[in-house]
Design a protein around this ligand. Structure first.
Ligand code: AR6
Length: 338
């Protein structure tokens, strides 16, 4: 997945480069900076001394030493004052310059902490928004996997109204399905299925026991009318929405290689998260989404909280995959994309 939010200690990330929320001296400190220097060992500080500091918003690169990453990109974030002292521009520059440096060193995967959101006091929700916006913008023109690594889910200040609405919706449909009347609704469904099956067997008893030439012909006929595949529907919808392939897979937070696989391997079945990501990118209606999922062999179910979140977002016209993923992350559910 091009942009992924993960909960981890950044020093444990096996990526090409991790980004350090450093200070302008580059000579170490507390927070992430301290953790990175401790894990990398004293050689990191030795190399940092040769760099002669780093201005706020800029970025410099060193090796990773004992860390599981090849490089450490050091950037100095702005100290939050009141939001009117260029903090937004400087924080944007930190992400942009770090990503450009990573690209220059041919990094395919980079992990960021939420720069400035600790000791430097940048409000976490705003720091996250700057990170997401800048990284998403960069990924429009670059193939890279970028992780935003957070320590606690509290960094995810998804608009509290939206979050409450979704929680209420989950309560309505999920709890209903699981607690209030599961046995009754399940029993009725099973009974209906049983009656339908019994009726079908009664109507065509000989076909169940001894397939005839006629039924072979009918099967051949049915097989010759196979429905549109997932890939065909995807390509049709991209055309109908006047999008380019790249616009679609980038909006879906799906890797270009995976998109090409889906497009070029006729029977390729994507995962449910990938199929849903395309439905969101294409702004499909709920029925179209169900149709697209079905073509990949899945269904939207009220037994799955993740499905309910996606359903709610579609019904309310929220097709922002990053926002949907923030909600899923906060609820400990798998994100969309790949
Ligand atoms: N992995 C991932 N995230 C972490 C980790 C970790 N191991 N440790 C902390 N965080 P901060 P700043 C989160 O204070 O605000 C240093 O002394 C943390 O929860 O490390 O940019 C430097 O030398 C927070 O959300 O960096 C500077 O003087 C985020 O990382 C100053 O702090 C950033 O917190 C920089 O302050």
């Amino acid at each position: 997945m091009p942009l992924e939010i993960v909960r981890n200690d950044i020093t444990k990330m096996s990526v090409d480069a991790i980004v350090n929320a450093a200070n302008t001296t580059l000579l170490g400190g507390g927070g992430v900076d301290g953790a990175i220097h401790r894990a990398a060992g004293p050689q990191l500080l030795e190399e940092c001394r040769t760099l002669h500091g780093c201005r706020t918003g800029e970025a410099k690169i060193t090796r990773g030493y004992r860390l599981p990453c090849k490089y450490v990109i050091h950037t100095a974030g702005p100290i939050w004052q009141d939001g009117h002292h260029g903090e937004h521009e400087l924080l944007t520059a930190c992400y942009k310059n770090s990503l450009e440096l990573a690209d220059k060193y041919h990094c395919e995967s980079v992990a960021f902490p939420l720069i400035s959101s600790g000791v430097y006091g940048y409000p976490k929700a705003q720091a996250l928004k700057v990170a997401m916006d800048t990284i998403t913008q960069f990924l429009l023109d670059h193939d890279m996997t970028v992780y935003i690594v957070v320590f606690s889910k509290d960094a995810f200040e998804v608009s509290s109204k939206l979050f409450k609405d979704i929680e209420a919706y989950i309560d309505d449909v999920y709890v209903d399905e699981h607690l209030s009347a599961p046995s009754e609704s399940m029993r009725m469904r099973l009974q209906r299925r049983y009656l339908e099956k019994a009726k079908a067997t009664e109507a065509e008893p000989e076909e169940c026991c001894a397939p005839s030439m006629a039924s072979d012909a009918r099967l051949d006929d049915m097989l010759s009318q196979v429905d549109e595949s997932f890939a065909q529907m995807l390509i049709r919808k991209i055309d109908e929405k006047h999008m380019t392939d790249a616009q679609c897979y980038k909006r879906a937070n799906v890797d270009r290689r995976l998109f090409n696989k889906i497009k070029n391997i006729p029977d390729y079945k994507p995962s449910k998260q990938t199929a849903l990501a395309f439905a969101i990118a294409l702004e499909l209606s709920l029925n179209e989404t169900k149709d697209m999922l079905m073509k990949a062999g899945f269904a939207l179910s009220h037994s799955s909280k993740a499905d309910i979140v996606v359903e709610y977002c579609i019904m309310t016209g929220n097709y922002d995959i990053m926002e949907i993923n923030q909600i899923l992350f906060k609820l400990d559910l798998q994100p969309l994309g790949y």
